[in-house]
Design a binder for this molecule. Structure first.
Ligand SMILES: C[S@@+](CC[C@H](N)C(=O)[O-])C[C@H]1O[C@@H](n2cnc3c(N)ncnc32)[C@H](O)[C@@H]1O
Length: 235
């Protein structure tokens, strides 16, 4: 009884590894009855939402042609987005400084069961990122630095200066407090001008909350299995 109660508070409790339709793994959170990624394909979804619509956005590429791209992720979770971003930076000869916050870190046992390194042929890169020390920038290679920080998006002060935000919180119907105007105002304040926020979500209230926080928001093509997603720009 008590364990069950605690598990509704702690989203890291009894997580299970699942396999999505493109063969990549995800985690299922019993407390929310929600998984970390789309069941249509975790890897496909991440590549579309965060790389294609975020990192590769023309304003980011123009703005960050010579400098590092500064990425902020909510929350780090399995490290799939970090791995894909590191791989993208290597393949495209770019530099990324990647900061991710996380309230319910994935354990070493869980990381060891996730198949992202194998799928990309980048086992060593995934191990380096997932095992990297928390709370400080770790240089993974010439193209990618990562800093994982144990922070609560709502309660804690956030670092500043980000060009791209991967807003990868659980869905609004599961964690509504993470999608409120005050949260988007907080994120807006830590972004560089012309910065871009991307999320898989396309919910109307989330979109209106972003607009109220000051973002210019557009609906763009969604990942496989989803018609649309949101991209928000800081003016
Ligand atoms: C949909 S999952 C995505 C995780 C990750 N981006 C991935 O691809 O594995 C949402 C993530 O947000 C984290 N999270 C939930 N509430 C949070 C909070 N208040 N502050 C920071 N992170 C939070 C969860 O633990 C989880 O890792």
């Amino acid at each position: 009884m008590e364990v069950g109660f605690l598990c509704t508070m702690d989203l890291s409790c009894n997580r299970k590894i699942i396999t999505t339709k493109d063969g990549s793994n995800s985690l299922l959170v019993p407390a929310l009855n929600e998984q970390y990624h789309s069941i249509h394909g975790a890897k496909q979804e991440a590549e579309h939402v965060f790389l294609k619509m975020g990192l590769e956005d023309s304003s980011i590429q123009a703005h960050c042609n010579t400098n590092s791209i500064s990425v902020f992720e909510v929350g780090f979770g399995t490290g799939l987005n970090a791995l894909l971003s590191a791989n993208w930076a290597i393949l495209n000869n770019k530099k990324i400084e990647y900061t991710a916050i996380e309230k319910y870190p994935v354990s070493k046992e869980e990381f060891d069961q996730l198949n992202y390194g194998d799928l990309l042929g980048e086992v060593e890169l995934y191990n380096q990122i997932s095992n990297s020390k928390w709370e400080e920038f770790v240089t993974i290679n010439d193209h990618f630095k990562v800093k994982k920080i144990a922070l609560d998006l709502i309660a804690d002060e956030l670092p500043k200066g980000f060009d791209v935000v991967y807003f990868d919180a659980f869905a609004p119907n599961k964690q509504s407090k993470l999608w409120e105007v005050s949260v988007f105002e907080k994120i807006y304040s830590i972004m560089t001008s012309k910065g871009v926020l991307v999320t898989y979500c396309c919910q109307g209230q989330a979109r209106r909350n972003m607009i109220e926080a000051g973002f210019k928001v557009e609906k763009v093509q969604g990942p496989p299995g989803k018609r649309e997603m949101l991209r928000a720009r800081k003016l």
